[in-house]
Structures are given as structure tokens and as C-alpha cells.
Design a protein around this ligand. Structure first.
Ligand SMILES: Cc1cc2nc3c(=O)[nH]c(=O)nc-3n(C[C@H](O)[C@H](O)[C@H](O)COP(=O)(O)O)c2cc1C
Length: 199
């Protein structure tokens, strides 16, 4: 039995969120295949730390027990993480950025010790990660913004094995913007089923 952490980083209400629609379909297939796994939901909208941006004023206390170490421990305690985020201004959402700023901590989730120049050693090699992303524009419109690759590289940096990401692109354009989140998710049904099987 595995422990699965599902991180929601969209500020859209759940019932209207394309990212949530995609995640729900992925979890449906995953849970059909792994009915005894424990699923832990982490909605960053409800976590104080995800609203805290690193500034000069809080730089000394930013990585404290409640806001950072508790969440790092959670990553050490689970086997798999479903990391989800919409694109916000060509990047991951601010909620996800604040979460990552808290958990990407040297000597806790990665280390430069004993590594070759420029390379870090990831300290979370036990983790498997499935990335689920959405964006309003078709893939490739913004050559300078690829939040999906950003997340993939970030989780590989901490040593995780990252499954092929699932990206729903073009949610602001027809035909996806005329569909509900659950209908839109079905346009990637085969890819989602494959991802769930391989996770
Ligand atoms: C504040 C904000 C910024 C956004 N910036 C972008 C962007 O830079 N590029 C893009 O393609 N879509 C952008 N979008 C559209 C969202 O990525 C898209 O609607 C996504 O599917 C929303 O997912 P959600 O419904 O789960 O929140 C933005 C949406 C919001 C609310």
C-alpha cells in the first residue's frame, strides 16, 4: 500500500477548475488500479505557508517548523506525489511557488555536498511524481514560459522519479472553454489512463 499526496495549487474554485477536473479523472483511474492506497489531499489555498512569499522581513524565519519542516516531513513520509498547477503569467501558480520555496531547502530535500560542480544530489529519491498542468493557451505559444517543464525539472532536482507530465493546453479557447472541467479532462482520457497505469 502506497501513500499518495495530491497537491492542488489552483486558486480557481474546485468545481470550476480545469486542473482539478484533470486531477479527479487521473485519481479515478489510479484508485481503480490501487484501491488500498492512502490518498492525502493538500489544497494549498488552505495552507498559510502557501500565502507567504520570501521577503527581507521574513528571510530569517521563513523555513520554520510550521511552514517548512512540517511539509518537508510530509514529502519524506509519502511514496508518491501528484503535483498540479495551472499556468499563471507564464509560470507555475504563486501558491505552488510559495510551497516550493518552503520545501526546497538545502540539506533537507537536496544537497550540494559530494556532488560534481553545478550538480545537486536529490534527497527525495524514494518519491514518484505525476505532474498535472493546464494552461489557457495552446502549447508553445509562450516560448519563454513552460511551467510543466519547470515542475518536472524541479522535482527531478530533489531526486524524484517523474512520470511523463499530463498537460491540458488551450483551456481558454474553443472547444475546451465550452466544456466543463470534467468534459475537458476526457479529451486526454487515454493519456490519463496510461499515466495512472504507469504511476
Ligand atoms: C491570474 C491568471 C494568469 C494566467 N496566465 C496565463 C498564462 O500566462 N498563459 C496561459 O496560457 N494561461 C494563463 N491563464 C489561464 C489558465 O492557465 C487556465 O485558464 C488554466 O486552465 C486554469 O486552470 P484552473 O481552472 O485549474 O485554475 C491564467 C489564468 C489566471 C487566473
Amino acid at each position: 500500500m502506497s501513500k499518495l499526496l495530491v497537491i492542488n495549487a489552483s486558486s480557481t474554485p474546485c468545481e470550476k477548475s480545469y486542473t482539478k477536473g484533470l486531477t479527479d479523472l487521473f485519481l479515478k483511474y489510479y484508485q481503480e488500479l490501487n484501491p488500498h492506497d492512502e490518498v492525502i489531499y493538500l489544497n494549498l489555498n488552505n495552507e498559510k505557508m502557501a500565502g507567504i512569499t520570501l521577503t527581507t522581513a521574513n528571510a530569517v524565519t521563513y523555513w520554520n517548523q510550521e511552514d517548512a519542516h512540517k511539509y518537508i516531513q510530509q514529502l519524506k513520509d509519502v511514496d508518491k506525489v501528484v503535483v498540479t498547477s495551472p499556468m499563471n503569467n507564464f509560470n507555475i501558480s504563486g501558491l505552488m511557488k510559495n510551497y516550493l520555496d518552503h520545501v526546497l531547502l538545502a540539506n533537507e530535500t537536496f544537497s550540494y555536498k559530494y556532488s560534481k560542480k553545478g550538480e545537486a544530489i536529490g534527497l527525495l529519491p524514494h518519491l514518484k511524481v505525476q505532474i498535472i498542468t493546464t494552461q489557457g493557451a495552446p502549447f508553445g505559444w509562450y516560448t519563454w514560459g513552460n511551467h510543466t517543464e519547470n515542475l518536472k525539472g524541479t522535482w527531478e532536482f530533489v531526486g524524484a522519479k517523474v512520470n511523463t507530465p499530463i498537460l491540458l493546453a488551450g483551456t481558454k479557447l474553443p472547444p475546451l472553454n465550452q466544456m466543463s472541467p470534467s468534459e475537458a479532462a476526457l479529451t486526454l482520457e487515454e493519456q490519463i489512463k496510461k499515466g495512472a497505469r504507469e504511476f
